[in-house]
Write a protein that binds this ligand. Structure first.
Ligand SMILES: C[S@@+](CC[C@H](N)C(=O)[O-])C[C@H]1O[C@@H](n2cnc3c(N)ncnc32)[C@H](O)[C@@H]1O
Length: 148
């Protein structure tokens, strides 16, 4: 069994009788070790930045967290205007501190509930966040993004 799955299984065994944490509380509590934990995705963050069309000027980042994908995206597009949404205040605080010089609009809220308006963004990204939900719920969210 791979080490990540073993770690997950041990954690599930240990916490099976504890009440569920909310999503925001989960990430608020782990913000200090978050970026180290996610360093395994380094290549995928860089790849995502390469996928954006060259003419992108505005971008919506769904579940932006501390902005690991944005670290790579900014190295390709330093003047991008970003709107990021996330449930976790602590994750957003790290992002805003890391990129204080960038054009960032950060929303602390639920991306399933937020009204983003229409045709506001050149591109939308979501990294390691929609997998938390069912396919049916995600389809609704993606439909919202598709009209942007
Ligand atoms: C694994 S982290 C990924 C963060 C970032 N995209 C990255 O790759 O580093 C998942 C993030 O999604 C956020 N999230 C989960 N469900 C959300 C929702 N319904 N609305 C807003 N943010 C959400 C969490 O708070 C968390 O910061």
């Amino acid at each position: 069994m791979d080490a990540n799955y073993r770690e997950l299984k041990e954690w599930l065994d240990k916490t099976q009788n504890e009440p569920l944490e909310t999503m925001a509380a989960f990430f608020n509590a782990r913000v200090d070790s978050y970026e180290e934990h996610m360093s395994r995705w380094k290549r995928q963050y860089a790849w995502m930045a390469q996928l954006l069309p060259a003419e992108t000027e505005t971008l919506l980042d769904i579940g932006c967290g501390t902005g690991l994908e944005l670290d790579c995206i900014f190295s390709r597009f330093s003047h991008l205007r970003i709107t990021g949404i996330d449930l976790s205040e602590s994750m957003l605080a790290v992002l805003s501190q890391k990129h204080a010089d960038k054009a960032l609009t950060l929303i602390c809220g639920d991306y399933f509930q937020q009204d983003f308006g229409e045709s506001r963004f050149d591109a939308v990204v979501a990294f390691e966040t929609l997998h938390h939900f069912t396919a049916e719920k995600n389809t609704r969210c993606l439909n919202v993004c598709a009209v942007l």
